[in-house]
Design a protein around this ligand. Structure first.
Ligand code: AMP
Length: 292
């Protein structure tokens, strides 16, 4: 496994691949867990070569957010990457990604200003910008994203279609811990008590899921079932809870259609921002469900 830092070396590595070798790219911010590893495993199965980028991208954090507190565990990440059979790890440097005089922006309104974008208006522009740069640098055949960040994956798919990028986006299912909590690098910043309270998010989603499985289609009833469980944890500050169309991310306001709906939640807990989602209707709502 090659471990590189400089952009020039990464480009050289890319050029050394044979034209018919397929490259799978897995962009991350590091502190790898089983969710990230599921993406790496899917890339390993689906491609000849696998590249992992690790970069806590400052352009997707507002000044008031947790950029400085974002966990970093490079040594452990290298062990995980080696175990998953990764060919190249790139520890991206900020000064090479965003050199002096960098001004370009990427905008994907209105997809980017709803759900997480309401509280984080610059977030998805920053994500799309760094992912577009990574696509240009690596020219991968496939890139792997998790449905844990459902809105992000939808936005990246849109950008690829809009800009005619010749890259297949593979969406991988959300991975949970056995007790139901969605795996996230940020879970490491929760106290033991906070970790326990965080379970209210997945439990709330599951409560709505059970109601939906029993035939309930009324949006208010489904949202109430979830919010009742979530609000029972006083430490959880609910940011949003919405039932949306998984493709357009447009909210449903009366009844959910037979095809199903995506229930998404975001909340703050002990100063840590957590997100989760559940597709009501079976599967995980992505068109490319579980493939790769
Ligand atoms: P991050 O390091 O948080 O930027 O995430 C990098 C990639 O891993 C993104 O495509 C995420 O959606 C994906 N990912 C993070 N957590 C999970 C999870 N629990 N299940 C599946 N994919 C995940």
């Amino acid at each position: 496994m090659k471990v590189l830092q400089s952009l020039a070396e990464v480009k050289e590595w890319r050029c050394s691949l044979a034209p018919d070798e397929s490259l799978g790219l897995v962009p991350t911010m590091g502190t790898l867990h089983a969710g990230h590893r599921s993406l790496l495993a899917a890339a390993r199965t689906g491609c000849d070569r696998v590249a992992l980028s690790i970069f806590v991208n400052p352009k997707q954090f507002a000044a008031s957010e947790d950029l400085g507190a974002y966990p970093q565990h490079a040594e452990e990440d290298l062990e995980s990457a080696a175990e998953e059979g990764v060919d190249l790890v790139w520890f991206t440097r900020e000064e090479e990604m965003y050199p002096e005089r960098f001004v370009t922006r990427v905008e994907l309104l209105p997809l980017a200003d709803r759900l997480c974008g309401k509280a984080r208006p610059h977030h998805f522009g920053g994500v799309a910008l760094v992912v577009l740069k990574l696509f240009n640098i690596f020219a991968p055949r496939r890139a792997y994203f998790g449905n844990k960040d459902f809105q992000q994956a939808t936005i990246i798919e849109r950008m690829v279609a809009d800009l005619n990028l010749d890259i297949e986006i593979v969406r991988c299912p959300l991975v949970r811990e056995p007790d139901g909590i969605a795996l996230s690098s940020r879970n490491l910043n929760l106290s033991r008590e906070g970790r326990r309270s965080a379970l209210a998010l997945s439990r709330g989603l599951f409560a709505a899921g059970e109601l939906h499985a029993g035939g309930e289609r009324d949006v208010s009833s489904l949202l109430l079932a979830a919010s009742g469980v979530i609000r029972s944890e006083a430490r959880v500050e609910l940011e949003y809870l919405e039932l949306v169309d998984p493709t357009s991310l447009e909210p449903f306001d009366q009844v959910v259609p037979d095809g199903g709906a995506l229930l998404l939640v975001a909340a703050m807990l002990d100063g840590v921002r957590l997100i989760d989602n559940l597709f009501l209707g079976g599967g995980d709502g992505s068109r490319d469900e579980g493939s790769g």
